[in-house]
Design a binder for this molecule. Sequence first.
Ligand code: HOZ
Length: 430
Amino acid sequence: MRDYKNSIAAFREAQKHIPGGVNSPVRSFKSVDGDPLFIARAKGAKVYDIDGNEYIDYVGSWGPMILGHAHQSVLDALKEVSELGVSYGAPTLLETEMAMMIKRMMPSIESVRMVNSGTEATMSALRLARGFTGRELVLKFEGCYHGHNDSFLIKAGSGALTFGTPNSPGVTTGTAQSTLIAKYNDLESVKQLFEKHGEHIAAVILEPVTGNMGVVEPLKDFLQGVRDLCTEYGTVLIFDEVMTGFRLAAGGAQELYSITPDLTTLGKIIGGGLPVGAYGGKQEIMDQLAPKGPVYQAGTLSGNPLAMAAGLATLRILEQTPFFYNVMDMKAARLAKGLKKCLAETGIPGVVNRVGSMFTLFFTEEQSVKSFDDVMKSDTKRFARFFKLSLDAGVYLAPSQFEAGFVSIAHTDEMIDQTVEAALNAMKQL
Ligand code: HOZ
């Protein structure tokens, strides 16, 4: 058993000053009945806690660290730019460079606005879609999470699901009534809502591959079916690629599945680990934004030079490294194969879902996990035990059954094999 005494003491102190001791609920380890690790530093695919324990990291700051932690190119860019001043509240060349880079990598984006988080991106994209269409309703999917804006905290995934508050108190009835809920991977449920409310639906928003109820891949024709309905009814299709953007392919899930959304929301990787979000898409929609158009959205720190520098340094590597995604996918495939073997060898019932470098190990009696209902049949108590045993063996997973794990380019085959060995030992003790 590892020694966590410094983290435990730090958490006790933090709880006196910060709600629940954390600045984002999913960090709290509450759902796995533990105390969170306090991290001292990170390098490559490893994180180190304040007790001096070392872990192979599959959280990756919840997605951004695709190059691994403290990548030299990102650190160099930050150093160089910070010496010139850290914020001006005025345009910089870096912002245009970032916009051009995003447009090149994700061609459905003809114009893009930088913000400071994924939540801001989805919130702003929805306002824009409403302004553009003159309609009010938004259709989202059960278990999908699009940040903590009111409109999306209805049947939401991620921490809202983990902590049993998918419909958060504080969201007004009016807002809740403007949000329609369909079932992910169930096109019929989307069609029915369109038949009833089609003319009033401003936007459909979804994670093209879900990460926030664990990884679930879209069934064949699901995304295309949603695209077709949006086109038919003049509804804005928003792909929330905060997690999948620049991760599943240089052009995100939309490249992987060859679907063109009207708007895309981004975050995580485009900030290289700094707080960044963005939303972009069709020129005629983006032109509705102030100062060009009437839809208002603003931000003191939007396009911040440090965030742009870290993001650009990351994206340049993704764009310019041949076979980057193939190499990373091979690593993730090795891990998924290993985890499946562990399940088979120990007889523990489970399913490993993987798309590219995103994966989730569901502890479930089901043969496959393709929907929110499948996800909800998972054995969260067994997950919690597995999580703790993994942690003790030096493997840092997201502390919830309903999250994605992330493999980075810095994970070595040796680390992955070590992870599989730890999983096998853990499963033997479940
Ligand atoms: N989207 C992330 C979780 N699925 C955000 C992490 C957080 O909520 O802190």
